[in-house]
Design a protein around this ligand. Structure first.
Ligand code: NAP
Length: 247
């Protein structure tokens, strides 16, 4: 059928999205950075359920690795029609006065440059302008782009602000080329990312502050992503879907 590339698909929201898209008939390219065991487990789950998937290792902040990843997709013999820009990082909770340039640059390199590079390569393959059959891109931003994440990770929030602008700009650039570009903004979702911020139990600590008073599951985000990629969303582009329990 067609390939869907999901970056950061070894764990969390990316993993749930890979499983969802495989169930809908895509051949899923499961991108990961370091955790080959987790990526292999995702592939096994998909194949055991009768689906198709393969792993592609690449650090999305590294241009050469992104190019090599897309070239490996080209050799699969199926068109790339869906990209989920999902891989993202954050570091220990901190105020701005304690942020180093090195940390800020690392966050931006993955969460912003990585998204740009994957969009660029996907557009080259999907666009009618380049002989492609069209496609859809979903960028995974965050409610943090609206809320700013004060005292925790404003660098991360700012990177997601850039993802929002990328979504708007790219959606307009390629709207007439057969490519839709949309964005999801999850809030507090139960994944490993909160441990990276130094607080694995963060969702349970702050969930009572949400209107819905609970955290979200990765599968709830995955279903929204899958809908935005699907023909059911055929007239939707440049849109932002909030998945944040009402906040
Ligand atoms: P997660 O559980 O920490 O998983 C992160 C994934 O990204 C892993 O598959 C990891 O691969 C991959 N990754 C990290 N750096 C990478 C790189 N440089 N190149 C390629 N892959 C890389 O994260 P998550 O919570 O599912 O987050 C997924 C996305 O949702 C992120 O963009 C995040 O900002 C966004 N988000 C999450 C929440 C939340 O509450 N969880 C809320 C809003 C937005 P390895 O397994 O190989 O390390």
């Amino acid at each position: 059928m067609a390939i869907a590339l999901v970056t950061g698909a070894s764990r969390g929201i990316g993993k749930a999205t890979a499983l969802q898209l495989a169930g809908e008939g895509y051949t899923v390219a499961v991108n990961y950075h370091r955790n080959i065991k987790a990526a292999t487990d995702v592939i096994r789950t998909i194949v055991d359920a009768g689906g198709k998937a393969f792993a592609v290792r690449a650090d999305i902040s590294d241009e050469a690795q992104v190019l090599a990843m897309f070239e490996s997709l080209d050799r699969e013999g199926e068109p790339l029609t869906a990209l989920v820009n999902n891989a993202g990082i954050l570091f220990e909770q901190s105020t701005i006065e304690n942020l180093s340039a090195e940390r800020i640059n690392r966050v931006l390199a993955t969460n912003v440059t990585g998204y740009f590079l994957c969009c660029r390569e996907a557009v080259k393959r999907m666009s009618h302008k380049h002989g492609g059959q069209g496609g859809a891109i979903v960028n995974v931003s965050s409610a943090a782009s609206r809320l700013g994440a004060p005292g925790e990770y404003v660098d991360y929030a700012a990177s997601k602000g850039a993802v929002d602008s990328l979504t708007t700009g790219l959606a307009l650039e390629v709207a007439a080329q057969g490519i839709r570009v949309n964005c999801v903004r999850p809030g507090l979702i139960y994944t490993d990312i909160h441990a990276s911020g130094g607080e694995p139990g963060r969702v349970d600590r702050v969930k009572s502050l949400l209107p819905m008073q609970r955290g979200g599951q990765p599968e709830e985000v995955a279903q929204a992503i899958a809908w935005l990629l699907s023909d059911k969303a055929s007239y939707v582009t440049g849109s932002f879907l909030e998945l944040a329990g009402g906040k």
